[in-house]
Design a protein. Structure first.
Length: 239
């Protein structure tokens, strides 16, 4: 189902899913050139910094926006066939995995162009990516059920993510805030990005980022299971 849906999204397009690669490259290079110049950072430092953050942010927004609509858009299927509702969440996870693969091509290319020395701690980025998928899975369940009941909720999520994009150190540096840089630590999106970017680029406070993200990974299934257990039986009526 996921592979068929992904192919249908790019049916008739010569480049297919590689449009995700091109879009990611253009956005990352544009942001890195502009804000690298404004912050006085060389391209070989700022481009990987922005690219990793943008790849992770695309994954976060993918789970949030698509997760909010996952049950509404598939209502015609589970109303007609006795399929488990979790099937559509698994389908979403596979779709996001495929999209992430095409975006990661840009990151691998940048690492080849601007090689860096990697240590064993760099492997923690894989763990960080796994934690994001885990949190995204449960977030999609929760957001999908809420949006099935209140259809304006998906618009609220989209608007909030647009606002959060500029408040999160994706293309700017936390230290640019001076004495207010400490407030960045209350932004959960910052920690989600740094569990991938920190190990690769050798950032500081990696333990703090993993502790915060680990706490989210522990809370997310509790909320997801509670909401799913209490309200999932009402989805056929709401959708």
């Amino acid at each position: 189902m996921a592979l068929r849906g992904f192919r249908n999204n790019y049916r008739g397009a010569i480049m297919g899913g590689f449009w995700l690669t091109v879009t990611t490259a253009m956005t990352a290079i544009g942001l890195a050139l502009l804000y690298g110049y404004l912050f006085g950072r060389p391209l070989e430092e700022h481009l990987p910094y922005v690219t990793i953050a943008f790849v992770v942010w695309s994954l976060i927004t993918g789970f949030s926006n698509s997760g909010s609509a996952v049950f509404v858009t598939n209502a015609h299927i589970f109303k007609e066939f006795p399929l488990p509702l979790s099937l559509f969440i698994y389908r979403l996870v596979v779709l996001q995995s495929i999209a992430a693969f095409y975006r990661l091509i840009v990151l691998f290319a940048i690492i080849l162009i601007f090689p860096k020395s990697f240590g064993w701690t760099s492997l923690l980025a894989i763990l960080g990516l796994a934690l994001i998928f885990w949190i995204g899975f449960w977030a999609a369940i929760t957001l999908g059920i809420i949006n099935a009941r209140y259809r304006d909720f998906s618009q609220l999520v989209s608007a909030f993510l647009t606002f959060a994009f500029f408040l999160t150190p994706i293309f700017w540096l936390p230290e640019r805030l001076g004495e207010y840089a400490v407030w960045v630590n209350i932004n959960p999106f910052y920690h989600l990005i740094e569990v991938v970017r920190g190990p690769i680029l050798g950032g500081g406070d990696i333990i703090l980022h993993f502790v915060f993200t680990g706490a989210l990974a522990a809370i997310a299934p509790l909320i997801g299971l509670y909401v799913f257990g209490k309200l999932s039986h009402r989805l056929p009526y709401w959708c």
